[in-house]
Ligand binder design. Structure first.
Ligand SMILES: *Cc1c(COP(=O)(O)O)cnc(C)c1O
Length: 363
């Protein structure tokens, strides 16, 4: 072996992992259980034939950005599009963080915010959420004043805890932050609140969205940012040329013709979420409220094995019955917690049956 050492600041890091185990019921990555409309698939198949494969794609993604702008009633100059909202976040961090700058997160929250910030060379400063996972004004204030972050992340609804951030705290964070504030709204359509109306030329706020969850298009890797025009200009400096392929551009544009179908799918998932919450609350679990398409919960009681608490044991018992959920039990601030994605009715029934078995086996 003749390995060459990677960057010193990456030595302690490992890649982002969400196990893709082959099981009957996969409820671990917050995808939509609903396939996109058949008409979408048909339109897309037709469009594939018209892609000019020998040519580079439209670098500015005009059509797709116009369609997204129309959806949110902003100008296309307020829209940045990338390969998943993860690449959107990476672009923001490349433009505004980097070596010698601080990036603020409030934990527990989406792990990729701090992960990508570190890869961009920034120093991550992690504020803490309250015991009920809400944000406190004083903690936000402390982090902003002490660390003067160039980028501050909020996540609403917050992954993996499930609740939307308090709108008043979003506003006060934006007013006090010395740098850019990103509100990650990967799950906004499941929740009654959005920060979109706070985006304007004089604010330093940006809202990120994704096609991966509500739009039933995780396979496409497509996300976007709504932000002031000066920020979009800055992001175009760091984006690779032609980073968004022609097929993806056309897939996103066509998807936006089916807003009504998307909204019906979201309503179905929300109804299933409420049913799951009701059922789960009758079991020996701590269940947190959710305004997203997933639910955070913690099995009660001591672990059977000294090495693992009830969280890991219940995760394994679910997996043994063919149901995969997200194991958050070793994440900081989430001891013994698991996160389940709201699936189809049949998947949710399978999960509930497996969960009843898993927790009753523990009594
Ligand atoms: C799933 C998720 C995303 C989506 O990332 P993509 O790269 O668009 O698939 C972004 N932010 C949060 C908080 C998420 O949970």
């Amino acid at each position: 072996m003749n390995r060459y050492p990677k960057r010193d600041d990456l030595r302690a890091m490992s890649g982002y992992h969400s196990p893709q185990v082959s099981v009957k019921v996969r409820l671990n990555t917050n995808e939509s259980p609903i396939e996109p409309p058949a008409e979408f698939v048909q339109d897309l198949a037709d469009a594939v034939r018209n892609v000019r494969w020998n040519r580079y794609p439209d670098r500015a993604a005009h059509e797709l950005r116009s369609a997204i702008a129309a959806l949110h009633q902003v100008s296309p100059a307020n829209v940045f599009v990338a390969n998943g909202s993860n690449e959107v976040l990476q672009s923001v961090l490349l433009a505004y963080s980097g070596a010698g700058r601080n990036v603020a997160t409030f934990e527990p929250t989406y792990q990729l915010h701090s992960h990508i910030a570190r890869i961009a060379g920034a120093t991550v400063v992690q504020g803490k959420r309250n015991a009920d996972f809400t944000l406190s004004e004083s903690e936000v204030q402390r982090v902003l004043v002490e660390h003067q972050p160039s980028v501050t992340f909020l996540c609403s609804p917050n992954n993996p805890t499930g609740m939307a951030e308090d709108p008043a705290i979003i506003v006060s964070t934006i007013n006090r932050a010395p740098g850019v504030v990103v509100v990650d709204e990967a799950y906004a359509q499941f929740s009654p609140y959005t920060a979109l109306q706070l985006v304007n030329e004089d604010s330093r706020v940006a809202v990120s969205r994704t096609f991966s969850k509500t739009w039933s298009m995780a396979a496409a890797r497509l996300g976007y940012l709504i932000a002031p025009t000066w920020m979009i200009d800055d992001l175009e400096v760091v984006a690779l040329p032609y980073h968004l392929d022609a097929l993806k551009q056309v897939a996103g544009t066509i998807a936006l013709k089916y807003v009504a179908q998307m909204e019906r799918g979201v309503a179905d998932v929300v109804a299933e979420r409420e049913r799951l919450l009701r059922e789960m609350r009758s079991l020996p679990l701590t269940v947190w409220p959710s305004q997203a398409n997933f639910i955070l919960f913690r099995p009660n009681g001591p672990g059977r094995e000294a090495t693992s608490g009830p969280g890991r044991a219940v995760w394994q018992a679910l997996l043994d019955q063919g149901v995969l959920v997200r194991d958050c039990s070793s994440w900081e601030g989430l001891t013994d917690c698991l996160r389940v994605t709201v699936g189809s009715r049949a998947e949710n029934d399978a999960f509930l049956a497996a969960l009843r078995m898993a927790v009753s086996a523990r009594d």
